[in-house]
Ligand binder design. Structure first.
Ligand SMILES: C[S@@+](CC[C@H](N)C(=O)[O-])C[C@H]1O[C@@H](n2cnc3c(N)ncnc32)[C@H](O)[C@@H]1O
Length: 263
């Protein structure tokens, strides 16, 4: 008896997917659909646990979790894994917190994949830089208060405070700082140096998740306030007049009983 034997090999491809800021309802439908066609998923530690429920049962999922100071895989190892697993399994979904191209090193992963002949798709996500302030009613731009916003990293690859913070502090823009908690004091000093001691500041930890916490203060006192309330990473720091909007909404709510919710 003869049998037709043909080898079946899936084409290697990479989907770089943004999981949003953490709330499982803040992931996009396209991201969920992409997860459902994954042959293997590599995810970061900032991806909320509930988001992982969108990965079909039986699909292997590997945490390559990167947390401040704790790197389970180096970026080079992750790049190699993407290529090896795409060749072995087919469709690799690389799931990242927020948007994959906002301080997500997504560009490096895509470059490696393309260099190795792997087809790439990028699914944007809602970045924590906008969702975290929004979750406590802070708009990053506001007519009459702020005409633009900067998203800056607090800590550069070399571990230093980014020079861009000093530039941003000179502007009238809303300044949103990610990965800044370990440099909070230095960052605030930079704003104070620009005469902004009384500018409002908010810090939102675990934004959009059940354990979200936040504090509001000024450039002058936020370090003390954050310490007093034990606010740590992951957190988004917002510096600018727009922070007053949060208070405004809360005051209106208190006076009118109107329940404002971020949807
Ligand atoms: C490596 S960056 C990745 C940013 C991500 N790609 C994004 O668009 O949100 C990690 C930083 O994002 C911020 N971050 C991410 N998710 C957050 C959340 N749910 N709450 C507060 N900060 C968050 C923190 O500043 C954290 O240190």
């Amino acid at each position: 008896m003869t049998r037709n034997v043909f080898s079946y090999h899936k084409a290697p491809r990479l989907s770089l997917v943004g999981a949003g800021p953490g709330d499982p309802e803040l992931i996009t439908m396209k991201a969920i659909r992409t997860l459902q066609t994954a042959d293997i998923v590599l995810y970061d530690s900032l991806v909320g646990k509930e988001i992982l429920n969108y990965i079909p049962i039986g699909t292997p999922a590997l945490s390559v979790g990167k947390r401040a100071g704790l790197h389970s895989y180096s970026q080079e190892e992750i790049n190699d894994l993407i290529v090896e697993l795409a060749l072995l399994y087919g469709h690799v979904v690389r799931l990242k917190g927020g948007d994959p191209y906002v301080f997500g090193r997504g560009g490096e992963e895509v470059e490696v994949a393309i260099r190795n002949g792997i087809e790439v798709a990028v699914i944007p996500g809602i970045t924590s830089a906008i969702a975290a302030p929004a979750s406590i009613n802070i708009p990053v731009t506001c007519r009459g208060l702020s005409e633009s916003f900067w998203i800056v990293t607090g800590t550069t690859m070399a571990g230093a405070i980014s020079d861009d913070i000093a530039l941003a502090a000179q502007s009238s823009a809303t300044v949103v700082i990610l990965m800044g908690m370990s440099k909070l004091e230095e960052i605030m000093e930079t704003f104070r140096f620009q005469g902004k001691a009384q500018t409002p500041v908010a810090i939102i930890q675990n934004a959009t998740l059940d354990n979200e916490r936040y504090v509001v203060g000024t450039v002058d006192n936020i370090v003390r306030v954050a310490r007093a309330w034990d606010i740590g990473s992951p957190a988004v720091i917002v510096v600018g007049e727009v922070v007053r909007c949060s208070e405004l909404v809360q005051n209106i709510q208190a006076r009118t009983n109107i329940n404002f919710q971020y949807q």
